[in-house]
Design a binder for this molecule. Structure first.
Ligand code: HEC
Length: 447
């Protein structure tokens, strides 16, 4: 420290006298510098788990604190194809520990314009739509909106749900009996602090269709940009997935991370593909990446279970595996999700893609994947590499079946599924992901 100060002093004097003299200032030579970095708080001590379950022991070794959980698990679900958490609004950026903490009690997002990826329990109350001309009162909740671009429509043409224009589906019919209204449409949001705010408007001819809940706003060529802009301003849709359910009516919105309640945390649901037994739309996380293993999932579950309900959490504090309710027998809990089971998915993938050759009559490589005992057979050694079993529950890296289907060059014979016509072939990413998740999750026969 001292040396630096002296150096600066010399530097200043030198500058004054005859321009900067870096040698004299001590620059370029070694400067002893002890960065005074803050040390992380130790966090509250928790008693360690002392039982013998290997998944819990493994989790405790690898993911001691909330910071470990973030850095080694959550961060990994975002990489390496950097887009997953970054670009998708439905799965917010969780790259930094601060963002991870901010996800506690934060509502899950919905990505506008992607109805298929919206979970009902993420839908928020919609903004309201009002035609400025008539007595619409406070307006009517927007179910969903869509801007359909295409040929400019002429006056004579019949307007349908597929026509070009700015479409608005409302929750309730609009009053009156006009089926054409020239008016300025307003989009209104009620805010906590400022009450009702008109945050977007669009003036045009509105055609009222069918049940009067559906309107098509005419978009003339010169209005194209304006309409596209309107679709982008983030109008909140009460029924963004267009399934007739206004999610905000049913239940409180699911938080990204729900303190004390991992099973109703959207982050966990997106990894498992389900919440409370109900399928959660959208692609399963981590996308195109190694699925989490049971210890990783257990760490996430126990970490979230241990967050106090006020959300006030110290990432540096240790995860309490000892008192975690999921530490009992994590291997049997199917923490990675119900979706991928032997009977519902894996046996079907194998039957459809492999059964032609690995059949019961004359199985190639003496591997019958169609018989009743196919599952038991998979737990036995490979004939090609007898030192490896075909499937090792919990460990796809040592499962020879995985080597054969995942493009590992270090196999005997050809990659599977072998296609005799083209000489190659492979399963889809989704099929591979399911088989990998199933093995990682303990390759159970059925739950
Ligand atoms: C067109 C026929 C054909 C199809 C389809 C096929 N296989 Fe094979 N499989 C073979 C043949 C032939 C061998 C032995 C030669 C080789 O490995 O190249 C074999 C070998 C194997 C082996 C090695 C067995 C051992 O005990 O070491 C595994 C594992 C395997 N296949 C899995 C699969 C899976 C999984 C699928 C479907 C995703 C599949 N195969 C689809 C013909 C096929």
């Amino acid at each position: 420290m001292k040396k630096i100060k002296i150096g600066i002093l010399f530097g200043v004097v030198g500058l004054w006298a005859c321009g900067p003299d870096f040698t004299e200032a001590g620059l370029g030579t070694e400067i002893p510098f002890t960065p005074n970095r803050p040390t992380l708080p130790e966090g509250e001590a928790v008693e360690p788990y002392t039982g013998g379950d290997p998944y819990v022991v493994g989790a405790q070794e690898r993911f001691r604190t909330g910071l470990d959980v973030h850095r080694k698990i959550v961060w990994r679900t975002c990489t390496p194809n950097d887009g997953v958490c970054h670009n998708q609004k439905e799965y917010p950026d969780l790259h930094t520990p601060a963002n991870f903490v901010a996800a506690i009690n934060a509502p899950c997002n919905v990505q506008p314009g992607e109805p298929a990826s919206v979970y009902d329990r993420c839908e928020r109350p919609g903004d309201r739509f009002r035609l400025n001309r008539d007595d619409f009162g406070a307006g009517i909740e927007v179910a969903w909106i869509q801007n359909i671009s295409g040929e400019e429509t002429t006056d004579e043409e019949e307007i349908t749900r597929e026509s070009q224009g700015f479409h608005v589906e409302l929750r309730a019919p609009i009053p009156g009996d006009n089926d054409e209204i020239w008016a300025q449409a307003q989009f209104i949001r009620t805010t906590d602090n400022d009450g009702d705010i008109v945050f977007a408007q669009f003036e045009t001819r509105w055609r009222v269709l069918e049940d009067r809940k559906h309107l098509v706003g005419e978009v003339r060529n010169y209005q194209n940009e304006r309409a596209a802009e309107l679709a982008r301003v983030g109008i909140r849709e009460g029924d963004a997935n267009r399934n007739g359910i206004f999610g905000a009516d049913e239940n409180p919105i699911v938080p990204m991370i729900n303190p004390g309640n991992p099973e109703e945390s959207y982050l966990i649901a997106r990894v498992r593909g389900e919440m409370l037994g109900e399928r959660v739309p959208g692609s399963r996380m981590p996308l195109a990446n190694q699925p989490l293993d049971i210890s990783e999932m257990l760490a996430l579950f126990c970490y979230i279970e241990g967050i106090p309900t006020d959300g006030n959490v110290d990432l540096a504090s240790a995860v309490d595996y000892k008192n975690c309710s999921y530490s009992e027998d994590p291997g049997s809990l199917n923490l990675l999700g119900e979706g991928v089971t032997w009977s519902s998915r894996v046996s079907k993938i194998l039957e459809a893609n492999c059964g032609g050759c690995h059949n019961s009559v004359n199985p190639d490589a003496d591997l019958d994947l169609l018989s009743e005992s196919a599952y038991e057979r998979l737990l036995e050694p490979s004939t090609q590499k007898p030192e490896l079993n075909l499937v090792v529950p919990g460990d796809y890296e040592n499962s020879y079946l995985w080597h054969k289907i995942a493009g590992d060059p270090d196999i005997v014979g050809l990659p599977m599924p072998y296609n005799p016509l083209t000489g190659e072939g492979s399963l889809t990413q989704a099929e591979l992901g399911d088989i990998q998740t199933w093995i990682a999750n303990g390759a159970q026969k059925d739950q």
